[in-house]
Design a protein around this ligand. Structure first.
Ligand code: ADP
Ligand code: MG
Length: 268
């Protein structure tokens, strides 16, 4: 197949094919994913939005190789994957950082494990610390940082690994709104700069509209993708931009039936 080079590649980076995942919970079977199909193109910033308990984290964990699906396949660059790997790095809601290490040592940790020589990893980590505006805090310890700063470190650490796909599971959910708004802008700028392929999970509709060039709307019961919408709008997008409202309302409409009380999951 010819590769068309118009700045954005038409290659599919990651493909989820009919992913099904069940959990056994108190003697009952919970169908967390009931046939998820998703194509992620190279350089996509794809947001997955849906109500709590609809299977967003489970899907991301399957993509990361942390959970095995009951059936279905994940292909990365056309190759079947079933285990975790440095080609897919996850950023969680809580940074999952090492509190006893300095900021710079946290950022370098994965590079060290990967056997990158010291000088090279110093240079790489400084590049990403700089990108996340953390240079001044390189020698601080994690416990000295605010939640927002910790998330910056977690993002710098993930980017330093130069993954094929960056996976983000509600990374801004614990932040105050001012810090979040700032990081929403910064993440867009970093995405433009690094051209990373990002899958970003959130229950926050505004966040999905601000960040995504595509938004995949997850529904409950059965847990499937209800709709994918394309958001072709200039960047960086700001939370207060009224032109984003139409996308917001489109997603709200799709999700309305999903957040009725009877659809709520009692295991959350
Ligand atoms: N390890 C697990 N064991 C049992 N049930 C689970 C497990 N992980 C998730 N679930 C269930 O799967 C469903 C989807 O969960 P999750 O993917 O965490 O949703 P979301 O991230 O959208 O809030 C929920 O009903 C949840 O209770
Ligand atoms: Mg979740």
């Amino acid at each position: 197949m010819p590769i068309v080079d118009r700045g954005l590649s038409l290659l599919t980076k990651l493909q989820a094919k009919n992913i099904v995942k069940h959990f056994d919970h108190n003697g009952k079977t919970v169908v967390a994913l009931d046939g998820i199909n998703l194509n992620v193109e190279e350089g996509d910033f794809i947001c997955i939005v849906g109500p709590s308990g609809c299977g967003k984290s489970t899907f991301l964990n399957v993509v990361a190789g942390l959970e095995k699906p009951n059936s279905g396949e994940i292909l990365l660059n056309g190759k079947l994957i079933s285990t975790p790997g440095p080609d897919r790095i996850m950023v969680f809601q809580e940074g999952a950082l090492f509190p006893w290490l300095k900021v710079i040592d946290n950022v370098e940790f994965g590079l060290k494990i990967a056997g990158i020589p010291k000088e090279e990893r110093r240079e790489l980590s400084h590049r990403y610390l700089d990108m996340m505006q953390l240079t001044k805090f390189a020698d601080s310890y994690i416990y000295q940082l605010s939640t927002g700063m910790k998330q910056r470190v977690a993002i710098a650490r993930a980017l330093a690994m130069d993954p094929e796909v960056l996976l983000m599971d509600e990374p801004f959910a614990a932040l105050d709104s001012q810090t979040r708004d700032l990081l929403l802008v910064e993440l867009q700028l970093i995405w433009e700069r690094t051209k990373k392929t990002i899958i970003f999970v959130t229950h926050n509709i505004s966040e999905s509209v601000i960040l995504g060039n595509k938004v995949a709307i997850f529904k409950n019961r059965p847990a499937k993708i209800k709709k994918e919408i394309v958001i072709d709008y200039r960047r960086p997008r700001l939370a207060e931009d009224e032109n984003l409202q139409k996308y917001y309302h489109q997603i709200v409409e799709e999700l309305k039936s999903e957040v009725m009380p009877h659809a709520k999951d009692d295991t959350q």
